[in-house]
Design a protein around this ligand. Structure first.
Ligand code: SF4
Ligand code: SF4
Length: 95
């Protein structure tokens, strides 16, 4: 999903491709199409699209994904939809 971005190069999302069994759950669950399955392995194709919701890591059967949940950043994104980017703030130290 290219329409909703946070800050470039700040996502804590990490993928251990060796541990991945290619089940496709992350690709199916991610609301921002961050993953694609290629050659039976998950690949991160849009790291900056990650809003750190944690759904992929919580449901990966081989614990190949790690991400630090970014609740404040999700709040920022929602506020930016409602108030516009210039008036959005999540209240944490990150933005
Ligand atoms: S959910 Fe985990 S094991 Fe399944 S494709 Fe994604 S990274 Fe690989
Ligand atoms: S943490 Fe959420 S937004 Fe980020 S890759 Fe995982 S499912 Fe997608």
């Amino acid at each position: 999903m290219k329409d909703f971005r946070y800050l470039p190069d700040v996502s804590t999302l990490k993928l251990d491709e060796m541990a991945c069994i290619g089940c496709g759950i992350c690709e199916m669950l991610c609301p921002h199409a961050v993953f694609e399955i290629r050659d039976r392995k998950a690949r991160i194709v849009d790291a900056d699209g990650c809003m750190e919701c944690g759904a992929c890591a919580n449901n990966c059967p081989s614990s190949a994904i790690s991400v630090t949940p970014g609740v404040g950043c999700a709040t920022y994104i929602i506020q930016s939809w409602i108030k516009g980017k210039e008036n959005a703030s999540c209240g944490c130290d990150c933005c």
